[in-house]
Design a protein around this ligand. Sequence first.
Ligand code: PLP
Length: 448
Amino acid sequence: MSEVINSSRAKEIIQDNLDYTLFSWSIQKGIDPIAVKYGKGLYLYDHDDKKYIDFSSGLMNVNIGHGDQRITDAVVKQMQQVSYITPSCVTEVRGALGKKLAEICPGDLNKAFFTLCGASSIENAIKVARLHTGRHKILTRYQSYHGSSYGAMSAGGDPRKLIVDSQQAPNFVHFDIPDGYRWEYGEENLLKESVNQLKRVIAFEGSGSIAAILLEGESGSSGCLKYPKGYLKEIRNICDEYGILLIADEVMSGFGRTGQWFGFQNHDIIPDMIVMAKGITCGYLPFGCLMLSDKISAKYDEAVLPLGLTYSAHPVSCAAALATLHIYEDDNLIENAAKMGRYLDQQIEILKSHHPSIGDWRNTGLLGCLELVKDRSTKEPMAPFNAKPEQMEVMNKVAARIKELGMYTFVRWNYIFIAPPLIVSKKEIDYGIAIISEALKIADESLK
Ligand code: PLP
């Protein structure tokens, strides 16, 4: 395939963006963004009418696909009524959305505090956990991501925070969960050792000082790392034993992404709080939510709830969210995610047999990740954890080839994420896998 030559208009658009705006998590020089003109369904179209299949649903948030007119209609209708009111006033849509979320969430998770994004939901979850328990420490996993604001970044175990390490918020303690793919001591010992590691951390830190354990419902950008079977149930029991709250971060794994409303439902547990964003509005507008159990929210019947945001329960975002939730149900998207996830797993098995550079495939529903290795027997990664730019040579070439062939997807270190919108069909999965297969030839070639 020949290199795409951007038209002069596309070049101008890209240049303005490069000259006057900053790009997240990137060396600013040498960025080569897609200038998107519009999106429809699974596809993004640039200013030169080149089509890209979006195989990571943006940042794993555009679950219903791009350009759904139903959201636009709901947003316009709300704006015609009122675009903004203070969070102390109410709208019809705010109450309806709260009611709908309470219906979707299991157990007594019935009260919603509406925020702006994932990180602002995490910040509020941390505050509530400390207020509820009177304790200060929050335990979270290395190899996790919870957002980039101060508390959320400190809570996360993602190495992007290391550059500002000395400035982090206090009272976050991290623990490790062994990686099943590289575990060498027998499947039967994986759960036991994982749980024992955490129990030791709790003992060393003092259970009486721990407010909450915060975990992704299913691991996302850290590589879709799987919890050992039964792990989250054990965590639930530990939390109950020590009076620690369990917070499920469902920012990426929520809203059908894993073939259930929430990732934790694959593990048969109910947390005390759910952190939501991304799929709640599918990125049509920024929005987030912290869902509290009745056990936690009851206190605020009599006490001041010390949380607040100018844009909490923003009417237009609430309208986008409510319309989005209806689309999941009306279009059976959660069922489709589970079904297409099974099909994807089958197709990846075939792909693996053609590409020796694929070491592992980890997926739940449509939240999946290919891990590339230099050698299947040693499992040496194609690029290491927190790879330096010079260690990314092969992966950068693979990513560039994917883009050249007309796909947008999230590539990080030695991971290629596969998380298409939940509207995906078998035909589109085949189409996307064919592109990835072609790009993987570069990785296979590097093994020789
Ligand atoms: N939590 C998880 C699991 C995420 O994946 C993300 C973002 O990718 C966040 C929190 C932060 O969300 P936001 O970028 O909306 O602040």
